[in-house]
Design a protein around this ligand. Structure first.
Ligand SMILES: [Zn+2]
Length: 474
């Protein structure tokens, strides 16, 4: 065989291999796939498209080769003959959710002390079932497991969203023994390079780092085009913004900027200072303006701060997913918490934060959202992502804006907004089809039927059913 023939054949083989590879799924995945057609039309559906623009009724969406190929009034777009059709009358379509404070571990406290357990098998699937087609982990206890999961999902071997995997929480010694702490003079550069070389694409810093640490972390990460986010405490928001941090977690809930005489580089309890702070305090508005000028994005995570009284034991209807003995513990904890002074104080800060994030957003601040399935154990992957949409409405956002925060804004932060994040022609077919009119009743977010990831339609309920009683164990 001649040399060019060989090259030609190997290119051909490579191309075919690539195409078939991308479309192959293991049985573990294909069991949950209900739609895998190259051309499909979703007919007569209500569309909330993720741009923040007005809701459109009676729309047809044509999907072709994993892309959104046309969107328009029912009957007005060109449809190929005998195209497979889903009659979506009475249903709503939104873009696949893009959430930025996710974890693959679950908080399982022991005698009140924090402990996380990696939910290798349940959480990735639950995120997808809950409508999440792209997620960023914001810190990890087992970063290598997270990376492997990302790669196995990409190869079609596991059910789950596309993942932006972050470093382990970068932390000096704090209160969580499982975090991968930095000690003494160990090289931050070596530490970060190790993870970047493996394929990590985001950095998460935590409560007890120093200003010197943060300044180095940001420089090293930005030199490799990697963004840095933080759940801060030892460092104020203003200090972090001055160093060039990209993103702050838990919106203003982790700010120690208003603690009087805060010692430098020391984590102090900031809650009382935030509870006292007036929503319109000029110092707060000035900080908001400073963060906006420095182009810092805030991730709003109300799902991990939701109080107990008059609310669900496990948010978003997630109690069915918990292992029975953990549900029992959770119920006991819930009974102890409801109607307590502590819980009424939590409600006050929860409501205050809603006003702060609305204000920051109205001033032009960049806001993304995420669930943070840690805390007391009532926040579970998938169920919490759905609950988050309800909480955005409780916060005071319109449904159009809520969906934008949970889709396009996340895509823009991750730099993937030309590929996904809205329902627009030419974008990847990442969509959620849900039963009911979401604009009339936001709790319809819990009625997800199909979650399309890159044109492949997964059965949300079947995935959720498959993990019943397993969270906390697997
Ligand atoms: Zn977190």
């Amino acid at each position: 065989m001649k040399k060019n023939q060989l090259i030609f054949l190997s290119i051909l083989f490579f191309t075919i291999h690539q195409i078939s590879y991308a479309q192959e799924f293991s049985k573990r995945v294909s069991d949950f796939i209900v739609i895998q057609d190259s051309i499909l039309v979703i007919k007569n559906v209500t569309v909330i498209d993720g741009t923040g623009g007005p809701i459109k009724y009676n729309q047809d969406i044509l999907l072709r080769n994993n892309e959104i190929s046309a969107v328009g009034n029912t009957g007005e777009i060109f449809l190929p003959e005998n195209v497979k059709t889903i009659d979506a009358t009475g249903k709503t379509v939104i873009p696949g959710l893009i959430m930025l404070h996710e974890h693959l571990f679950y908080g399982k406290p022991f005698d009140g002390h924090y402990q996380g357990r990696h939910m290798t098998n349940t959480f990735p699937q639950m995120y997808l079932a809950g409508g999440v087609t792209t997620m960023r982990t914001a810190g990890s206890l087992e970063a290598n497991a997270d990376l492997n999961i990302k790669n196995i999902i990409d190869q079609g071997g596991m059910v789950g969203p596309t993942m932006d995997v972050s470093t382990p929480h970068v932390e000096r010694l704090g209160f969580i023994p499982q975090l991968q702490s930095l000690y003494g003079d160990e090289s931050i550069e070596n530490w970060l390079d190790y993870w970047f070389d493996k394929g990590i694409t985001s950095v998460k810093v935590y409560n007890n780092i120093t200003k010197e640490d943060l300044s180095q972390i940001i420089k090293i990460s930005h030199a490799r085009n990697i963004k840095v986010t933080g759940h801060l405490c030892s460092i104020t928001y203003r200090e972090a913004a001055e160093f060039g941090i990209d993103n702050l977690e838990h919106s203003f809930m982790a700010s120690t900027d208003f603690v009087a005489d805060k010692p430098e580089n020391k984590c102090v309890y900031g809650e009382p200072s935030l509870a006292e702070l007036d929503d319109n305090d000029p110092k707060l508005i000035e900080l908001m303006q400073f963060l906006i000028n420095k182009d810092v994005t805030l991730t709003y995570t109300p799902t991990v701060f939701e109080p107990f009284t008059n609310r669900e034991v496990v948010i978003g209807g997630g109690s069915v997913a918990l292992a029975p003995y953990l549900l029992e513990q959770m119920q006991t904890f819930y009974n102890q918490q409801i109607n307590t002074k502590r819980d009424s104080l939590n409600l006050i800060s929860f409501k205050k934060e809603m006003k702060r994030i609305l204000k920051f957003h109205s001033l032009g601040g960049k806001v993304t959202v995420g669930t943070d399935p840690t805390g007391t154990g009532k926040t579970l992957a998938g169920y919490a992502n759905q609950r988050l949409i309800e909480l955005l409405i409780e916060t005071g956002f319109s449904i159009e804006e809520a969906i934008k925060l949970a889709t396009l804004n996340g895509a823009e932060y991750l730099g993937i907004e030309t590929k996904t994040g809205t329902i627009e022609v030419g974008k990847e077919a990442d969509l959620v089809l849900l039963n009911g009119d979401l604009s009339k009743d936001v709790s319809n977010i819990r009625n997800m039927e199909l979650v399309f990831k890159n044109g492949v339609g997964f059965d949300s309920k079947k995935i959720f059913d498959s993990v019943k009683g397993k969270v906390g164990l697997y």
